[in-house]
Design a protein around this ligand. Sequence first.
Ligand SMILES: [Zn+2]
Length: 250
Amino acid sequence: MAPLEIPENLLSLFLKRSCPVCGGERDPGETFCEWCSLRLDPCSSLHRSIDGRRIPPPVTGNPKNDYDTYGIPVYSAVLFAGLPGELIRRLKFGGERHLASAAAKTIRSFSPVLPGPGHLLVPVPVSRRRKRERGYDQALLIGRAVARLTGCRLLRALSRDHGPSQVGLSNEQRRDNVRGVFHVSGRRRVPPGGTVCLLDDVATTFSTIHNAAGALLENGAGVVYGLTLAYRRKAAGSIIRNELTIRTGG
Ligand SMILES: [Zn+2]
């Protein structure tokens, strides 16, 4: 071992005991410190992607008919308000890539479902241009960490056309904004009939995940369900004002 590696190892040991969000002390085995953990609320409801309404699980039958009627079922690990919102903002807009690992651990701890070893994990991608601007794709980072934790296979099956951000748009504008923007890459097709866990950081109107799921189902996927780190309740007042304040896509 080279002498220079020793301080790095010591540093990583030290870092392992600090909370990834606030830097405070955390217990080994916990993802966050006690204080940050108090700002996490599990999301107990399952939503249908066509309009974001709650649905009783499970949706069964013909996937094509189910999609046209309900969309896909979307599970979320936690509510957006509190720590998850801060984590997503900092991961997405603050360049703090290390938070993807904390996001994946939160999904593992709180999500009512996790992708099994036979499932394909497909992250909802950002456009190539957005990825260039940001330097990375946050859902892909979270997806890689979830795949490591669960043993499922990650497949980057989707690409996304560049378009205006979802930020600041009304619900209907959001739906129009992402219609037809997702495409299945020929080289990374989902095996016919395969079960796909479609992963994103946050679900608000569900239009992004709904359209991404449609592209997968049209290209051979058998079953698609959604999984997001956070579910963000739509504000009672103007979603536009709220969006501009909070500045997250989805
Ligand atoms: Zn903390």
